[in-house]
Design a protein around this ligand. Structure first.
Ligand code: PMP
Length: 355
């Protein structure tokens, strides 16, 4: 039976990306060696890294004066690395849930942190819109897509100070105005690759200003200067990212991803709104196109388990909601087809019809 992968991350990747990466794992560029066995400094790997960086710049229209680097440590390391490099005195954070809170906790190690707004009062089911941004703060940190709650900031916040964005779960799903950001970071394991690598886009002129000694490995300049080769980079995840970037380009770029995401999410949200058994958990205007969260309507609470079993039988994978929200979460990253969304909506409809 066909499986539809709605996992929140690690998550669905295009089949051809997996196949092409698997081929290189068995025999890298006809060398007779596995991609796992070669030196990251070998003449064949440098072009992989160079092409991946070039494609990121091209796809996101990264302006001059920014560097793209690949690091280990996940997005979680960026919660520390960002303030260590960019927080001079004071930083502003928009608190939209678990990941934002974790990033604020780390920033407090380096200076004053201002929480400009929070949606904690409603379990992070909306994006706060009206708040003051202190103009003397060094940056405003935002989590553009909140993987757990299914909220998304799809348009750059109008901010008098530079933005820093955790785009772990929506990078490459839509165009972004990179010029508004001093830094963008994303763990790869949603829209980009297997887990194991983090992509970071930094504005060069903002580096080296923080009034502290930065450990060598935490200093972005180390990795910018050495082209992500200061230490051994995660070669296979970077190769996998390259294959995904090629696939995004071939599929029409982030504009096409955006169009597809809108269409795909509409299919599922429309069914949630129509179906008497379910209700979405997020304020409509803030609904994420990547993580679609919903629960059973009160009158049908006892049907949660039966729906889970029914959907599983129909090939739907990874749809259990995060424990902080409950219910269901259908994550629809770039590689999820329109047909997958249709199959999911049909499954909800069929379950309702069975009652
Ligand atoms: N930020 C967001 C928005 C996430 O969804 C996640 C992981 N799900 C993280 C940060 C943490 O990423 P990592 O596990 O790569 O450290």
């Amino acid at each position: 039976m066909k499986k539809y992968n709605f996992n929140a991350g690690p998550s669905i990747l295009p089949r051809e990306v997996i196949e092409n990466t698997a081929k290189q794992v068995l025999d890298f560029n006809g060398s007779g060696l596995s991609l796992m066995e070669i030196s990251h400094r070998s003449k064949d790997f440098q072009p992989v890294l160079d092409e991946a960086v070039a494609l990121i710049k091209e796809l996101l229209n990264v302006p001059e004066g920014y560097s793209v680097i690949f690091l280990g440590g996940g997005a979680s390391l960026q919660f520390t690395q960002v303030p260590c490099n960019f927080l001079i005195k004071k930083a502003a954070y928009l608190n939209t849930g678990v990941w934002a809170k974790k990033s604020m906790k780390e920033a407090k190690l380096y200076g004053e942190v201002v929480e400009v707004a929070t949606s904690a009062d409603a379990n992070f089911t909306y994006i706060p819109k009206v708040f003051d941004i202190p103009t003397d703060a060094d940056y405003l940190h935002v989590t553009t897509n909140n993987t757990i709650y299914g909220t998304e900031i799809r348009k750059e916040i109008d901010s008098p100070i530079p933005l820093i964005g955790d785009m772990s779960s929506d990078i490459f799903s839509r165009p972004v105005d990179v010029s508004k950001y001093d830094c963008i970071y994303a763990g790869a394991q949603k829209n980009l690759a297997m887990a194991g690598v983090t992509v970071i886009i930094v504005k060069d002129e903002k580096l080296g200003r923080a009034p502290r000694q930065i450990p060598t490995m935490l200093d972005y300049r180390t990795h910018v200067d050495k082209g992500s080769m200061f230490n051994t980079p995660p070669v296979v995840p970077i190769y996998c990212a390259l294959e995904t970037l090629r696939w995004i380009k071939k599929s029409g770029g982030v504009e096409a991803m955006d169009k597809k995401a809108i269409e795909r999410a509409k299919i599922i949200y429309d069914e949630i709104d129509r179906n008497r058994l379910f209700r979405g958990t997020v304020k409509e205007e803030d609904r994420s196109l990547m993580n679609i969260c919903f629960v059973m309507n009160e009158d049908f609470a006892e049907l949660e388990k039966p729906f889970m079993e029914f959907a599983t039988q129909k090939g739907m994978v990874g749809i259990k909601g995060h424990r902080d929200v409950g219910g269901f979460r259908a994550s629809c990253y770039n590689a999820m087809s329109i047909e997958g969304a249709e199959a999911f909506a049909a499954c909800m409809k069929e379950f309702e019809a069975k009652l």
